[in-house]
Design a protein around this ligand. Structure first.
Ligand SMILES: [Zn+2]
Length: 81
């Protein structure tokens, strides 16, 4: 497995859709390649942040308040420009 093969398997790897044979190859490659290890860690962190946002889903009320606060700032910025 090379880096291109690894990257093409990355989504399946995170989805758990990867065959045991491929998983073994992915792990072997990760043991040899720092670059792909960094890619894997960064992607994993991104996914965890994303999943975290789902767990701590904001309420409708908070969403409304955030939305109007952002809109107010946008309108103020546009007026200044
Ligand atoms: Zn690699």
């Amino acid at each position: 497995m090379n880096c291109t093969d690894f990257l093409s398997q990355l989504t399946d790897y995170f989805d758990g859709q990867i065959s045991p044979e491929l998983l073994a190859e992915v792990r072997t490659h990760l043991g040899e390649c720092d670059h792909c290890k960094i890619v894997l860690n960064t992607t994993r962190q991104t996914i965890e942040v994303y999943r975290g946002n789902e767990i701590y889903e904001v309420s409708d009320e908070l969403r409304e308040r955030l939305h109007s606060a952002i809109m107010t700032k946008c309108i103020a910025a546009r007026k200044r420009a």
